[in-house]
Design a protein around this ligand. Structure first.
Ligand code: 5GP
Ligand code: ZN
Length: 120
């Protein structure tokens, strides 16, 4: 199921161009348009889920396929040795801007602390 006004559904449909680095039957990985690290790839389920919470609860197997694709891209990009960061911004506090579940795969340089400042 896709949502016509969803940016990432439109990328899946080929209506908006993207630099795709890996595609499976159920997932798509493409480079972020505004990279925050030397490697910044977004990994999404092709099916529309608003965020990782609805994806994880609605289709845990598909959530696992997103992780498997992220791991394969990490290997392709040469990130397994030095490491990388995989994150899902979720909702308002998480800073989510595109409401189609996506993992950010970040690497290629030391990424610094997990958060820019402490929120404790
Ligand atoms: P969020 O803040 O929702 O976790 O992340 C959304 C990400 O999508 C951002 O890092 C942003 O740069 C990326 N993005 C927004 N529009 C496009 C686009 O049209 N193409 C690509 N490849 N990435 C996009
Ligand atoms: Zn979507």
């Amino acid at each position: 199921m896709s949502t016509p006004d969803c940016l990432f559904c439109r990328i899946v449909a080929g209506e908006i161009p993207a630099t795709v680095v890996r595609e499976t039957a159920t997932t798509l990985a493409f480079r972020d348009i505004d990279p925050k690290a030397p490697v910044h790839v977004l990994v999404i389920p092709k099916e529309h889920y608003a965020d990782v919470a609805t994806l994880g609860q609605g289709d845990p197997a598909l959530a696992g396929e997103v992780l498997a694709t992220a791991a394969a891209v990490a290997e392709d990009e040469g990130l397994l040795g030095d490491g990388f960061r995989l994150l899902f911004n979720t909702g308002a506090y998480g800073g989510q801007e595109v409401f189609h579940a996506h993992a950010h795969l970040l690497g290629g340089a030391p990424l610094g602390p997990m958060l820019a400042r402490s929120v404790a």
